[in-house]
Ligand binder design. Structure first.
Ligand code: NOJ
Length: 918
């Protein structure tokens, strides 16, 4: 190399570094660090003081004379002692609930009583109460029977509660601290580090210079002013998980499944995990930075024990995590709202999820089509474009269930309209799709173009259902996709009703029964807004500041859409909605995806832990854009992403407008065939997926089960986040997340036999086993002891398979010689299942006998549906891991048991078992 070219390379390398450095920095700088968020800084300082000042004392003292216990609730008053001030009073309660959980609430007396003056009438005096707003009230039932005071002396109050009074709460008076015990072992402690904080009301006139420097009365970020009309009002609490080294949850971040310590140079995280819904495209991987959704639920796991907490707050929240050799201490702080924490003591993960999802809402049982494959891109630009894509799927013999339209199908990004030049006949297009059992999903965002000639804008403005700016009077106006926009205020119930009504067929002209909804940008995303979102001092209906409800905005948007869609189809059909933003409980209404990833290996890898975490924290119907939103992945990454994609609960291909077209056949052979096979696996497994969704719907258990849930006693698996199980099916999946490899080591946690899904080769023994993984073939193992239910005929869409016969794969346990499996089925579209119209079967195999049991709890209520499915049969049974020449089949039904023998071929296959499921 000559000197000139060497200099040239160096020069460009430097420029390159500068450009990359600059763009990364600029991007990071669009979002606050905790040091740039006044309340976070103040609460973190408290933690630093506690750590380094040996004389540190908490701010609150208990008035011991105030303690009472009645009807399942402990009440008391905490005093905050501030020099030169009379004591400030903070009433609290600890309520014992019927589901075995406990609830700790704290608020300031003055604010509860409205004894405050904000010299600015437009904002509320009280603190925002998520539980009340979110309508959790009906699900919170205090247990007035079982809790019992066991000790009450000068130092503490002890209450035993829960089933068999297995749980206890010990309230220590001095210093104030609450311990939660299970079988006399302390599991969770509130305020062990005395970081309890609730900033008290103070009149603006009393503000000091120091207050200003701490961002108490106003604060600027990115040169945008936050006026803080109520001054400082943050709240915080430390929550310790005793004996737990692993905590999970608090999505949405692209981090590890087992959460990392913050403020720790070893983990590289210097900031806490943040919960503040933002539009953060091309986000950082392996970072505690906020993403699009926020669920303040944390689970702690140790050998055979699960506990958790739900921090019921929708304002900006940060969570610090610290660990010592055996325990994890967390510190939670939010900008405003009430202090309201739910405490769950397990002991199993199922107990935990049942109670938590019983409170916030169980995951919707989605329509069957929505767990098929979705084809999206920004944008399919015309009806011809849609037709071509749809036809090509048929030509290349690939199944798909829905084609999606991004913002450019509309007339000038006016939602609920169609571009007349490119989509002149939407209903014809929908009909054509319907002829193959396919659907369309269209995007509709909550920002509305400010245009007096646009009917949505007109109705919105005339009715005043808009979010207001900090004046509380003027519309909040800013930029988003359509240019100058206003935002729907979903905190106005009439506004919600109105937005919901826009989905009716007479309002949304051109829509039809097979059209479903994608609500995007609902963090809300505001171009040029602070952190690309809404100003925190914008005002919502009822006088709430945006800061109070920020993380709930997307949820309420979806609430409104969901109700509108239910109404559109007269309460008969189940809606399907995709949302980008979410909060605890959104899972009952919609699916979500993890936003604007890059088409890189790094983002691809990051997607898995993110989707697993979403599942653990109660947002399990989740996925990532296949194969990355931005960029043009090479064929290897493209195929590998489809390999994992077929195991995302929500499986959709999507791409940015500037990317090259990438419908699944465009990379040519051999990739097209690989993807066809992969789609085939997803569709073959749909009965198993649907059964798994139903289990999740009933119990709150995640759809994808990380290793720590599948093997709760195996410590090695507690931080494994690169493999997972599909529900209770026994399928263990180990995706390939690195380039240029064709095998991988899968970790087996038990000494059961596992069978390769493709050739039934056996894998035996606890530990790592290398399995082949050539491109196009994702390692899948079936654990012995499970019966897998599939449908082997691949049709154009899932709807076309509902009368097809099943195949049973019976993978016999090498330990017990037996296997079991479940099947849940309904019409896949309507709410009739809520009235019993479904089939539920348990299938077991032992000692050469296959039993099929009806597990419908009220078989009579399902009889009509069952009758209509009488033709449903099992066409093949495949015995794996056992040699039999014949087996006996026993069918147990309402009318008794019938049994018969069937012959097994030499390859272990039973061709025509003559088994009808009904
Ligand atoms: C942002 C979403 O994350 C992306 O999926 C979508 O394509 C664009 N908005 C345009 O609507």
């Amino acid at each position: 190399m000559n000197l000139v070219s060497f200099k040239w390379i160096i020069q460009w390398a430097i420029i390159g570094l500068l450009v990359i450095g600059h763009s990364e920095a600029a991007f990071r700088h669009s979002f606050r660090t905790s040091a740039q968020d006044g309340f976070a800084k103040r609460n973190r300082q408290l933690a630093t003081e506690q750590k380094y000042n040996p004389n540190y004392k908490g701010q609150f003292q208990l008035d011991t004379s105030s303690i009472t216990f009645s009807d399942g609730v402990v009440s008391g008053i905490l005093k905050k002692q501030i020099p030169e001030k009379v004591d400030l009073l903070f009433p609290f309660t600890v309520s014992f609930l019927q589901d075995g959980s406990t609830r700790f609430q704290l608020d300031e007396k003055r604010r509860l009583e409205g004894d405050v003056d904000y010299d600015d009438a437009k904002v509320r005096m009280d603190r925002f109460d998520v539980a009340q707003y979110h309508d959790l009230g009906s699900r919170i039932n205090v247990d007035t029977e079982r809790p019992e005071v066991k000790i009450h002396n000068k130092k503490l109050l002890k209450v035993d509660y829960g089933n068999d009074q297995r749980f206890s709460m010990i309230l220590h008076f001095q210093p104030f601290m609450i311990e939660f015990l299970r079988d006399d072992t302390v599991e969770i402690v509130l305020n062990q580090r005395q970081l309890l904080n609730m900033e008290h009301y103070r009149p603006r006139a009393e503000r000091t210079r120091e207050d200003e420097s701490l961002g108490m009365w106003e604060e600027k970020f990115d040169n945008i002013l936050d006026s803080k009309p109520r001054g400082p009002e943050s709240l915080g609490l430390d929550i310790s998980f005793i004996g737990y080294k692993h905590v999970y949850g608090i999505p949405e971040h692209t981090s590890s499944l087992s959460l990392k310590e913050t403020n720790n140079s070893e983990t590289g995280y210097t900031d806490p995990y943040r919960l503040y819904n933002v539009d953060i495209f091309e986000y950082e991987v392996d970072s505690p930075m906020s993403q699009y959704g926020a669920i303040p639920f944390m689970q702690a796991h140790k050998v055979n024990s699960d506990v958790g907490i739900f921090w019921s707050n929708a304002a900006a929240t940060w969570i610090d995590i610290e660990k010592d050799s055996s325990s994890t201490s967390t510190h939670w702080y939010s900008e405003s709202g009430k202090l309201d924490v739910f405490i769950y003591l397990g002991p199993t993960a199922l107990d935990l999820y049942e109670a938590y999802s019983g409170l916030t809402g169980r995951t919707q049982l989605p329509p069957l089509f929505s767990i098929g494959y979705h084809q999206c891109r920004w944008n399919y630009f015309s009806e011809e474009d849609v037709q071509n894509v749809d036809n090509t799927f048929n030509e290349v013999d690939m199944p798909y269930d829905a084609i999606w339209l991004d913002i450019d199908y509309t007339s000038g990004r006016r939602y609920f309209t169609w571009d007349e030049a490119t989509f002149p006949h939407p209903q014809e297009t929908l009909k054509k799709l319907d002829s193959n059992g396919r659907k369309m999903v269209v995007i509709l965002d909550p920002h509305i173009k400010n245009d007096p000639n646009y009917f949505v804008s007109k109705e919105l403005l005339e009715n005043g259902f808009t979010v207001k700016d900090s004046s509380g009077v003027e519309n909040y106006n800013a930029e988003c996709w359509p240019g100058d926009s206003v935002w729907v205020d979903f905190f106005n119930m009439e506004g919600q009703e109105w937005w919901g009504s826009l989905y009716s067929y007479d309002k949304f002209k051109g829509s039809d029964k097979n059209l479903f909804i994608w609500n995007d940008m609902n963090e809300p995303s505001v171009f040029k807004g602070p952190e690309t979102s809404m100003h925190r001092d914008a005002i919502h209906h009822g006088g709430w500041e945006h800061r109070d409800i920020h993380n709930l905005y997307g949820h309420e948007c979806i609430n409104s859409t969901y109700r509108g869609m239910v109404k559109r189809d007269n309460g008969v059909l189940r809606p399907f909605i995709l949302t980008r933003s979410f909060f605890a409980g959104t899972n009952a209404l919609a699916a979500s995806w993890i936003g604007d990833t890059l088409g890189t290996w790094e983002h691809f890898r990051g997607s898995l832990a993110t989707v697993l975490t979403n599942g653990v924290a109660g947002m399990p119907f989740s996925g990532a854009d296949v194969a990355g939103f931005f960029g043009n992945p090479d064929p290897e990454l493209f195929v590998r992403w489809y390999e994992l994609g077929i195991f995302y609960p929500f499986f959709r291909a999507h791409a940015h407008i500037d990317t090259k077209r990438r419908e699944p056949w465009l990379y040519g052979e051999p990739y097209t065939s690989m993807i066809r096979n992969l789609l085939g696996i997803r569709y073959r497994l749909l009965p198993t997926w649907y059964t798994t969704f139903h289990t999740t719907h009933m119990t709150g258990l995640p759809i994808l089960r990380p290793q720590f849930l599948a093997h709760p006693a195996d410590e090695i698996g507690f931080d494994i986040d690169n493999q997972f199980y599909l529900g209770d099916s026994g399928l263990l999946i180990k995706p390939i997340l690195e380039p240029s490899i064709d095998k991988t080591a899968v970790y087996i946690a038990d000494d059961e036999t596992y069978y390769d899904f493709y050739d039934f080769n056996e894998i035996n023994g606890k530990g790592h086993h290398v399995v082949p993984a050539p491109l196009g073939k994702i390692p899948i193992l079936l654990r012995g002891g499970n019966i897998l239910v599939t449908r082997e005929r691949i049709r154009r869409a899932s709807e076309l398979t509902i009368n097809d016969p099943f195949t049973l794969y019976i993978a016999v346990s090498s330990k017990t010689g037996s296997a079991t499996g479940d099947l849940y089925m309904d019409d896949g579209t309507s709410f009739d299942y809520t009235k019993g119209a479904y089939i539920s079967r348990k299938i077991t195999f032992k000692d050469g006998v296959l039993d099929v049991l009806d597990t419908h709890p009220h078989p009579q209520s399902g009889i009509r549906y069952a009758e209509s499915m009488k033709h449903l049969k099992v066409e093949r049974i495949i015995l794996i891991g056992v040699n039999q020449q014949k087996i006996k089949i026993r069918k147990h039904g309402i009318s008794g048991v019938s049994s018969w023998d069937v012959k097994v071929d030499t390859d272990g296959v039973i061709k025509k078992p003559d088994l009808y499921l009904v």
